[in-house]
Design a protein around this ligand. Structure first.
Ligand code: ADP
Ligand code: MG
Length: 304
């Protein structure tokens, strides 16, 4: 479904065209989007990884190559939210890539740019959501969400207006005055997402954000993420090893190799029209899952 004006950095794999008749929902669904417009021509990519390489030094001084020759180009689509997924096996180097984009880790090789600007360190144009819940226990939900704006010196009434908006967006408006310890895991992660979104980053970086949640909560969170992506002008880069999650939320999925990781395939995930729990059992959904699994599995076999 995602048309990219820029030349993709890796072999694009086009899966089947979605069959609108086959995508009939079997239960109430949330409408999520209209198909996306193509990238703006001439603008810098929203995110560019150019020949990215990271080598760690192990405890015995030995080099550990985590990322090698990684190429990603996410085009800029002004006014359009988009979810890009990096799908790869555990330990391949996904978190390492995300840390380079966040500016938390300096690459050993290559370049990261966001909207044409090289990443030199952390910045407000990027926000990160980790798997571990990272809210401040001594602040209320609302204070947690407003934290970044407070640091930036935004006046109280404006903070309140914004926190109202983002608390509603993540379904936590009625819990604004509670403390994180009284919340479930999913709700804590909603705090983290609202706290990131309120800063309006161009890139929202999510490192296996739903990995610690039970399957139903996980699905609810994925659906919230889809809703957010359709209303916010940002690009979400989500890292996961979960194929079903990738198919459910991704507009574009990069299939990553084992360590040292690089992009094996760029897959435009079909537009399903509506997304629901029932969709995950539908043949067209399963077919994409199988395609992605085959792409991951083929590399593992080839490695041996
Ligand atoms: P993923 O997120 O895909 O599970 P990571 O990016 O966390 O993978 O790690 C990739 C590889 O780099 C792993 O083999 C891991 O052990 C190694 N690694 C990660 N961080 C460090 C570090 N600080 N020092 C040494 N090796 C590391
Ligand atoms: Mg990781």
């Amino acid at each position: 479904m995602t048309e990219s004006g820029a030349k993709p950095p890796a072999r694009p794999v086009h899966l089947f065209e979605p069959d609108p008749a086959a995508a009939k929902p079997e239960e109430p669904t949330k409408p999520v989007s209209t198909p996306r417009p193509a990238a703006a021509s001439g603008s810098s990519p929203r995110l560019l990884l150019k020949d990215l390489g990271v080598t760690y030094i192990g405890s015995q001084g030995e080099p550990i190559e985590a990322v090698k020759g990684c190429e990603v180009e996410v085009p800029d689509k002004p006014g359009v939210g988009e979810i890009v997924v990096l799908l790869g096996p555990s330990g391949c180097g996904k978190s390492t890539i995300l840390k380079c984009i966040a500016g938390l880790l300096r690459p050993t090789h290559g370049l990261v740019t966001v909207s044409g600007v090289p990443v030199e360190g952390v910045g407000r144009d990027r926000g990160m959501v980790f798997q571990a819940y990272t809210s401040f226990g001594w602040l209320t939900v609302r204070e947690n969400v407003e934290y970044g704006l407070k640091l930036a010196g935004v006046p109280g009434h404006q903070r309140r207006e914004q926190s109202d908006k983002y608390l509603k967006m993540v379904g936590l408006y009625d819990f604004a005055d509670q403390y994180p310890k009284s919340l479930s895991g999913g709700m804590k992660q909603r705090v983290a997402i609202a706290r990131t979104l309120i800063n309006k980053p161009k890139l929202v970086l999510m490192d296996e954000p739903f990995g610690a949640l039970d399957p139903h909560t996980r699905w609810e969170m994925q659906t919230t993420l889809l809703d957010i992506s359709r209303t916010e002008d940002n690009t979400i880069v989500l890292v996961t090893h979960d194929v079903s999650e990738a198919v459910y939320v991704a507009d574009t999925c990069y299939v990553m190799s084992p360590r040292p990781t690089k992009v094996l395939h760029r897959v435009d995930v079909p537009y399903f029209g509506t997304r629901s729990a029932a969709l995950k059992a539908a043949p067209e959904f399963r077919a994409v899952e199988k395609q992605l699994l085959d792409l991951l599995y083929a590399e593992k076999v080839g490695d041996k």
